[in-house]
Write a protein that binds this ligand. Structure first.
Ligand code: SF4
Ligand code: SF4
Length: 225
């Protein structure tokens, strides 16, 4: 899923302080799963924002809504009425960057502020802990690395690791709280009984399929008809 984290409240206060009525818009999908932008977080942020604005001498009314998915236009049906009847003059979107862009695309005349910083494509490793598992590189090699992504999980994105800096405890030399991805890959290879497969030298990836090749566009003609 896509993970995000709240922006600092003072940053949001600075952005919305000139408005009269602000809609905090949650998204019930990824950002809800990572406890950053779902209904609960929207309901929590609204009073905190009101209070923080009041402390700075701004009287701003803050209301909330949560869409099933902000990245899909079909879930925006109730928004036009809400914007009009509530006389909303700004939106703080708690969706990921994709949801915020969809909101702005759908309502270009409305001031929309991102309420979260979108961080990574993650898995929930433990309660309250999410770790990046994919960089959306467009050229997946997980079958060659026993299901552990060296792009997302090796600090240097090394395809033929390890780099030589792994600690004796198997931690990454860049971040001692993180397991060396290549230690994990080798362990998984041993577990699978195919560790010798890692002896094959992996060629450079096709980075033109990633962000480095320009903005990504996926076209499925079979679905266009
Ligand atoms: S190899 Fe690329 S597509 Fe596959 S998990 Fe890693 S970053 Fe994602
Ligand atoms: S120690 Fe392991 S995870 Fe860290 S940069 Fe080196 S190979 Fe990558």
């Amino acid at each position: 899923m896509i993970a995000a984290e709240w922006k600092p409240i003072p940053e949001l206060v600075a952005k919305v302080s000139g408005h009269k009525k602000v809609l905090v818009a949650g998204c019930a999908t990824c950002v809800a799963e990572c406890a950053a932008g779902g209904e609960r977080e929207a309901e929590t942020l609204a009073p905190l924002l009101t209070l923080a604005l009041a402390e700075k001498g701004h009287s701003v009314d803050v209301v909330t809504v949560t869409l099933e998915r902000q990245c899909e236009f079909e879930f925006y049906n109730e928004i036009p009425d809400l914007l009009e009847t509530e006389e909303i003059d700004a939106v703080v979107s708690l969706a990921c960057g994709i949801g915020v862009q969809a909101f702005m695309e759908w309502f270009p005349s409305v001031r929309v502020y991102p309420g979260v910083n979108t961080s990574a494509l993650v898995i929930r490793e433990a309660p309250g802990v999410w770790t990046a598992r994919c960089e959306a590189c467009g050229d997946c090699i997980l079958d060659e690395t026993f299901g552990i992504c060296p792009m997302a999980r090796c600090s240097k994105g090394i395809l033929n690791g390890p780099c030589g800096g792994t600690s004796n405890e198997g931690k990454c030399e860049v971040d001692s709280d993180t397991d060396c991805a290549w230690k994990l890959i080798v362990e998984r290879g041993i577990q699978a009984g195919r560790v010798e497969d890692l002896m094959a030298v992996r060629k450079a990836k096709n980075y033109s399929n990633s962000r480095h090749g320009g903005p990504k566009r996926i076209v499925r003609e079979d679905l266009q008809a």
